[in-house]
Design a protein around this ligand. Structure first.
Ligand code: PAF
Length: 280
């Protein structure tokens, strides 16, 4: 496994892989890899011949008072995990390689990015779209894998790929959970034991909603109220939103559409922002 840091190097590598007829599968990350990321790598290996994983904490997707500075950075451990899991190449550029002095062009998705997390994080998806498009242009993958835990990110990226006619297949991988139900996230590293205990209410609430639907409850208000009720019993949790939306268009639904209805939740657990979702 090699680690490349410049655009020129990875372009040359990717061109030679394509010239040899090999399919490149790309897993973009911000590092601090956990089992969830490793499951993306496993899936990536089934989708092509070469797996590229990028590690880049992308400043432009963090708002002014967010956690860019303290976001966990552990490149050495990440590399060891990638090597053990069969990644062929890590792309780990410095900030200046991707954002040269005077960088002033951004990619803005105008609809899906304005709802849910986009309301309280107004620059987030502009940063995500910009870096993901740049990475696609640099790596030239045939397939790119994203975690379904970031369901809105998946929807926004699929829209970008469609609307900008990008030649890459987007694959969403299922959310991986700890045995107690907490969705895996690099930000879980911020949680104390007490906070983590309360954060379990997020998956508990979503699973409860699923149970209710399975037992015949179709009233959306009741389902939403139940989720909010479960979350509000925890003194450290503050609900940012609870939304029932179509998994692709992110339009608010008034009825359950099997396989398409996404229940998405964002909360503050003290100062840690957590998201989770389930497809009903
Ligand atoms: O999901 C993430 O880790 C990031 O948003 C991504 C897609 C790597 C872009 O920085």
């Amino acid at each position: 496994m090699q680690t490349l840091r410049t655009i020129a190097e990875i372009r040359a590598w990717s061109a030679s892989e394509h010239a040899a007829g090999r399919r490149i599968v790309f897993v973009p990350t911000m590092g601090a890899l956990h089992e969830g990321h490793l499951s993306l790598i496993d899936l990536a290996r089934t989708k092509g011949d070469r797996v590229v994983l990028s590690i880049f904490v992308n400043a432009t997707q963090f708002g002014p008072n967010e956690d860019f500075e303290k976001y966990p950075r552990r490149e050495e451990e990440d590399s060891a995990l990638c090597e053990a899991r069969g990644v062929d190449l890590i792309f780990a550029p410095a900030h200046g390689e991707l954002y040269p002095e005077g960088h002033s062009v951004f990619v803005v998705e105008e609809a899906l990015a304005k709802t849910m997390c986009g309301i309280s994080r107004p620059v987030h998806f502009r940063g995500v779209c910009t870096i993901v498009l740049k990475l696609f242009n640099i790596v030239s993958p045939d397939v790119a894998i994203f975690g379904q835990k970031d369901a809105q990110q998946v929807a926004v990226i699929r829209r970008m790929v469609r609307d900008l006619d990008l030649l890459v297949e987007i694959v969403a991988a299922p959310t991986l959970r700890d045995p107690d139900g907490l969705a895996m996230s690099s930000r879980n590293a911020y949680l104390s034991t007490a906070q983590r205990e309360e954060a379990l209410a997020i998956s508990k609430a979503l699973f409860r909603a699923r149970e209710m639907v399975e037992s015949g409850v179709v009233n959306i208000d009741r389902l939403q109220a139940e989720i909010i009720h479960i979350l509000s019993q925890k003194r450290r949790l503050r609900v940012i939103y609870v939304a029932l939306v179509d998994r692709d268009s992110l339009e608010v639904l008034r009825d359950i559409v099997p396989g398409r209805s996404l229940f998405a939740v964002a909360v503050w657990c003290d100062q840690v922002r957590l998201i989770d979702n389930i497809v009903l």
